[in-house]
Ligand binder design. Structure first.
Ligand code: FAD
Length: 103
């Protein structure tokens, strides 16, 4: 689902260490203290809690959007926009609307 969203946005998928450890992503996509540092125009945190080791690798992003089912997730404190909900319900809508509105 995230790779489809990235394709629509002409972006890339990064991951937390938890996602890498779970086998969802290769380690070369891990963002943070023991991964890479990124500073994109838009960073969409999908189910990212916002631990310091992850924040270290993305806090200089221009715009941070957080999608999280926990309104108190630490990532929300540094996010410019917060969407309260599950990744499973929110991301398909983003894909749909970005597709509709992209030239
Ligand atoms: C020495 C050291 C180095 C580390 N280096 C790194 C590093 O480089 N990069 C890194 O990322 N981590 C690193 N970590 C691990 C870091 O401390 C965190 O454990 C990790 O970042 C947590 O990843 P997460 O946010 O994906 O998972 P979690 O902390 O488990 O958070 C998941 C979040 O997603 C939300 N959520 C769950 N399900 C859904 C859903 N369906 N829809 C929406 N929201 C949902 C939860 O509410 C929660 O906020 C390091 C740790 C140590 C000790």
């Amino acid at each position: 689902m995230l790779f489809e969203l990235a394709k629509v946005l002409h972006g890339e998928v990064g991951a937390s260490r938890a996602a890498v450890d779970a086998g969802f992503c290769d380690h070369d996509r891990q963002i943070g203290q023991t991964g890479v540092t990124v500073h994109p125009k838009v960073y969409i945190a999908c189910g990212i809690s916002g631990q310091i080791q992850h924040i270290a690798g993305m806090q200089d992003s221009d715009i941070i959007i957080s999608i999280n089912n926990d309104p108190d997730a630490p990532i929300n404190k540094i996010a410019d926009y917060v969407i309260n909900g599950t990744v499973e319900e929110v991301v398909p809508k983003l894909i749909k609307y970005y597709k509709q509105n992209s030239k």
